[in-house]
Design a protein. Structure first.
Length: 283
């Protein structure tokens, strides 16, 4: 079976599991599609004949790795995921991972039951949010903030170091990890790297990924020295308006321990759809 057929099977299995439990799995599809060319992402699978019944994805983010997986309803409690987890140990050791996070939807009873068998500590949680259309941004053509004029434009190639610096400072990661992640995301052709400017000077950035008329906002950060001036709100409103005109849904993620960002997103019309929990492996 070729890569495209395997990816279709993974997608079908995801739909089946989500419908069965009423959840949303975070399988990082942008990374899965690049797994054959990007060594940071690998997966393991279990088959019964031609039917995919188990999957585990291992996603490398610099020196950190995230893991998420699933087992087809009707094939659970057979040790399928435990076997995949044991096989994954070889990959984890080979990559010399410094930090290992396991992800499961908060509403997944089967996922939490497996996680309870491992030596884990709760690390953080994220809300997945979608713009609901009930709070159309006021003055969508107005790109001003309290400090001046806010504009968005595609980042140039010579501005990659600046994007990396903004990611490093905004998300408290090393510049080395930020650079590695940037190169990984750049391989995904459907993504845009956007520079946010205030009066013509760099003030922040975001990354947009669009597929099947759904746009996700990632890596949205404003320079710490310029926060509180309305720059983020203006940038978000402009992005919402652009995607509305393109008839795209608009989605993003926010950590639960970032209440300022959560308030901003809710005030701009985003509603919470799902919660993803992350647990740090201590074994």
């Amino acid at each position: 079976m070729n890569i495209a057929d395997t990816l279709n099977q993974i997608e079908e299995l995801q739909r089946r599991c989500e419908q069965y439990e009423g959840i949303n799995l975070k399988l990082n599809w942008d990374m899965l599609r690049l797994a054959s060319t990007n060594g940071g992402t690998e997966w393991l699978a279990t088959w019964e004949g031609d039917l995919l019944v188990g999957f585990i994805g291992l996603y490398g983010f610099g020196s950190e790795m995230e893991i998420c997986g699933m087992v087809r309803p009707g094939y659970r409690r057979r040790g399928i995921f435990t076997s995949l987890w044991e096989q994954a140990q070889g990959i984890i050791k080979r990559k010399e991972v410094k930090s290992l996070l396991l992800n499961a939807p908060a509403a997944s009873a089967s996922g939490l039951a497996f996680l309870n068998t491992l030596p884990l500590v709760f690390d953080h949680a994220e809300y997945q949010m979608k713009w609901g259309g009930h709070a159309v941004p006021s003055g969508t053509a107005d790109a001003s903030s309290a400090a001046g004029n806010v504009t968005l434009r595609p980042a140039r190639e010579d501005e990659v170091p600046l994007l990396i610096q903004l990611d490093s400072a905004g998300f408290d990661i090393s510049e080395e990890d930020a650079a590695e992640m940037f190169e990984m995301y750049r391989q995904e052709g459907q993504q845009e790297h956007i520079l946010i400017e205030l009066d013509g000077q760099p003030a922040g950035k975001m990354r947009l990924a669009t597929e099947d008329n759904e746009t996700w906002i990632f890596g949205f950060t404003i320079d710490k020295k310029l926060r509180g001036l309305g720059i983020g709100r203006s940038a978000l409103q402009q992005t919402i308006e652009r995607e509305r005109q393109n008839h795209n849904g608009i989605n993003l993620e926010v950590a639960l321990d970032n209440p300022n960002a959560l308030r901003l997103y809710e005030s701009c019309g985003f509603v919470i759809l799902n919660q993803q929990n992350y647990y740090r492996y201590t074994g």
